[in-house]
Each structure stands twice: as C-alpha cells, then as structure tokens.
Design a protein around this ligand. Structure first.
Ligand SMILES: Cc1cc2nc3c(=O)[nH]c(=O)nc-3n(C[C@H](O)[C@H](O)[C@H](O)COP(=O)(O)O)c2cc1C
Length: 209
C-alpha cells in the first residue's frame, strides 16, 4: 500500500521519555478526571515528549512495538500536536513521528482558535497549552481485517486516550477527550490527507490551583 505523506523538512527532536516516576498507576487511575479549564502556564518540551510517547511512542525498538496495542501491529493512528504555549516550540501544527521521537512541522501560526471553532466552540480546545489530535488511516487496518477494522480502530483510539490521560495526570496536567467536532472543519484546520480521518482531540494544560 502506498500512502502519500506530506514532506516536511523541519523537524524537532524531542527529549527522551522517562519510564519511571514516583506516581502509582493506581493513584493516577483513581485521580483522573476530565478537566476543561487550564492555567496559562507554559508546558515544557519534556511534557510534550512524555505525552506523545505515552500515546504512540516506541517501547520496543527491536520490533517497533508501541506504548499502545494495535490490531496486527498495523498502527493506523497518527498524532498531531497543535501548540499554543510550549517553551521553545513555535505555535503551529506538528506531526509526531514515533520512530524518531520527533515532530515535523506542518504549518506555523496560531491554530487553536480555528480548532476550537471546529470543535463546536469548545473553550478547552482554545485554552489548552496544546491539543493532541488523533487521526486514523483506516486502510492500514482494513486491507487485513475488512469490516472489523472499524471496531479495532475504535478500540485503539481508546487505548491512546487513556494512556495520554493517565500520563497527563502523572505530570499534574489537566486534560479531556473531545469527540464533539465538525469532521470536515477539523480536517481542514489540520490539512489532513484525503485518506486520514480525525477521531478525537485531547486538549492539555496546567491545572488551575
Ligand atoms: C468518546 C468521548 C467523547 C467525549 N467528548 C467530549 C467533548 O466533546 N467535550 C467534553 O467536554 N467532554 C467530552 N468527553 C468527556 C466526558 O464528558 C467525560 O469523560 C465524562 O463526563 C465523565 O467524566 P470524567 O472523565 O471526569 O470521569 C468525552 C469522552 C469520551 C470518552
């Protein structure tokens, strides 16, 4: 299968992810709540690195397995980072490349407002320091699993959302999964290729005191 991938020449290496912390998994599950209001504090590149890694990062470099399971290890999901307030990272839209743990710029500029409008004007999307958009290239799974691919991809996006939510909690960040948006408007803001469909948006920001 040949996929058209937009070329990007500007990439940003992310700091390596940490695989230990002082938080217990049980407490993160217990504490997690959807949070829709954030303080204006800046996120660090390490926060961004950790969040993206938890969603799609490589955890087995030998076989390229990732932090989330995927039917047939076909990995139909893509992560985009829409930035507003991150230290040493310009505002814009970036695509996450798991194999190199790096970001490739898609477009520079303030995009949170138009993404929020595309999300039925949900303020959390405008106010998050970043939003992670999860998209799917269904064909990557469909050629093998046919009609079952849709349910498989639904399961996979759930894994991604939960990992990112628990990782956000461990970083003391607030987040919420946003499923209510206009598909074609989000597709337009992210400038997605024809074969890619947006599945959810995950705004993230520092919790208010
Ligand atoms: C698939 C899905 C879509 C959701 N879409 C939205 C949304 O568009 N906007 C929003 O504010 N919350 C959204 N939520 C968050 C739910 O409202 C929230 O999980 C629910 O109220 C339970 O609260 P809790 O997450 O704090 O346990 C969504 C949650 C899921 C799982």
């Amino acid at each position: 299968m040949i996929e058209k991938v937009k070329k990007s020449f500007e990439t940003i290496s992310l700091p390596p992810p940490q695989i230990d912390s002082h938080h217990s998994l049980e407490r993160m599950i217990y504490q997690r709540r959807s949070i829709r209001e954030y303080s204006e504090e800046t996120l660090t590149l390490s926060d961004v690195s950790q969040l993206l890694w938890s969603g799609q990062g490589i955890t087995d470099p030998m076989d390229n397995y990732r932090a989330v399971p995927s039917a047939g290890a076909l990995y139909p999901l893509e992560l985009y980072l829409i930035t507003g307030n991150v230290q040493n990272l310009s505002e814009g839209i970036y695509r996450y490349h798991p194999s190199k743990h790096e970001l490739a710029i898609i477009v520079f500029g303030e995009k949170r407002s138009s993404l929020s409008i595309a999300s039925l004007r949900q303020d959390c999307v405008r106010d998050g320091a970043v939003t992670i958009a999860v998209t799917a290239v269904f064909e990557r799974t469909r050629w093998k699993y046919g009609n079952r691919s849709e349910r498989y991809i639904c399961m996979e996006v759930g894994h991604v959302c939960q990992n990112i939510s628990l990782q956000a909690e461990a970083l003391n960040l607030g987040t919420v999964v946003v499923g209510a948006f206009n598909d074609s408007s989000v597709t337009q803001v992210l400038d997605l290729p024809d074969n890619e469909i947006p599945l959810c948006l995950i705004p993230i920001g520092k919790k208010q005191n």
